[in-house]
Design a protein around this ligand. Structure first.
Ligand SMILES: NC(=O)C1=CN([C@@H]2O[C@H](COP(=O)(O)OP(=O)(O)OC[C@H]3O[C@@H](n4cnc5c(N)ncnc54)[C@H](O)[C@@H]3O)[C@@H](O)[C@H]2O)C=CC1
Ligand SMILES: O=C(O)C(=O)CO
Length: 310
């Protein structure tokens, strides 16, 4: 029997590719438009699933895929997918939030500890031979500190649990109150005023683009930190650079950047800013779990097989 045809618009691990190819007739989305057109003319009407990572999926692309039933993304973020267009066509969109949230939350917790305890500069202090000349300045405690999470979804809630375990007071903000005991702030700026550390864990949407702007950073204030683990464009980087230059914010930890992999020089030169290269989910185990979850969603939707890991 002929295998079900799917489109692969993703660079994936050998294991994930092998699993996809064992289960499906896999067609790669060509980079060149003419080659893509030829593919759509040839097999477009037979493509029932899509294995996705980062590529743009807009209404024009979906129009070429009339049989598409599921887009399975190797990511939590879906800002590259026109979700309204997919929903209007009855296409399921699956992501991998459920298998990566804990890993991303772990990194965020680490980043918060690094900036609030100034671990990066304390390390330089020892290496630089400064210790014999005097003790390192005292730091602030995360215990009893108000930490605000913008976007209390899978990552936000995983981070909330971790912060609670280290004694921080968790607050959150988002479109609606959740069934949790943490204080809710409808307005993210109120959250920023109430909390000393703010962590961005919301998706990039038209509503969140530039959400952490000049006024938001002002609300955090000169003794506070901002941590961005979501998407670069949610934070106004120019406003952050300006706030740092005026000592109007204590520092930042950034895993994501508006123009990544390019990072503004002013941020790269600033000791108060911890920079990581979009590694929130970047462990061998979690990346494999993401590949597995992506395959499993396609198998569950399109075949009568029991997905390998369900
Ligand atoms: N740094 C990294 O490596 C990674 C970054 N991410 C980013 O984190 C984002 C969140 O991931 P998950 O927690 O898995 O998603 P999720 O969908 O479980 O949670 C997102 C939360 O944000 C809330 N939200 C939506 N609009 C909002 C708004 N205007 N203001 C405040 N909150 C809003 C939603 O209600 C939801 O509670 C992803 O969309 C992605 O951009 C995800 C994985 C890894
Ligand atoms: O899953 C995502 O959205 C990422 O940013 C990478 O894990």
């Amino acid at each position: 029997m002929r295998k079900i045809a799917i489109l692969r618009a993703a660079e994936l691990s050998d294991r994930t590719n092998a699993e996809l190819e064992a289960a499906f007739e896999v067609h790669d989305l060509p980079y060149e438009k003419s080659a893509a057109d030829a593919l759509f003319n040839d097999v477009g009407p037979r493509l029932r699933g899509m294995a996705l990572r980062k590529a743009l999926v807009d209404a024009k692309l979906l129009d070429r895929l009339p049989a598409l039933e599921i887009i399975s993304s190797y990511s939590a973020g879906l800002e590259n997918v026109d979700l309204a267009a997919a929903t209007a066509r009855g296409i399921e969109v699956a992501n991998t939030s459920h298998v990566l949230a804990g890993e991303v939350a772990n990194l965020a917790l680490g980043q918060i500890l690094v900036v609030t305890r100034d671990i990066r500069n304390a390390d330089k202090f020892v290496r630089g031979g400064h210790w014999p000349h005097g003790a390192y300045p005292l730091q602030v405690s995360l215990q009893g500190m108000n930490v605000g999470i913008v976007g209390f979804g899978q990552i936000g809630q995983a981070l909330g649990a971790r912060l609670q375990a280290v004694g921080a007071n968790v607050h959150y903000s988002g479109p609606r109150r959740k069934a949790v005991d943490f204080p809710y702030h409808e307005n993210p700026r109120t959250l920023a005023r109430e909390c000393r550390v703010i962590v961005l864990t919301c998706p990039l949407t038209p509503d969140t683009y530039g959400l952490a702007d000049k006024q938001f950073l002002k609300a955090i204030g000169p003794d506070g930190w901002i941590v961005n683990i979501s998407r670069g464009a949610i934070l106004d980087e120019a406003a952050l650079i300006d706030a740092l230059a005026r000592n109007a914010i204590a520092g930042a930890a950034l895993d994501v950047f508006a123009g990544e992999p390019e990072v503004p020089e002013a941020l790269r030169q600033d000791d108060r800013v911890l920079l990581t290269p979009h590694i929130g989910s970047g462990t061998e185990q979690t990346r494999q779990a993401m590949g597995d979850a992506m395959v499993d969603a396609l198998v569950a939707k399109l075949t009568t097989e029991t997905p390998p890991r369900r």
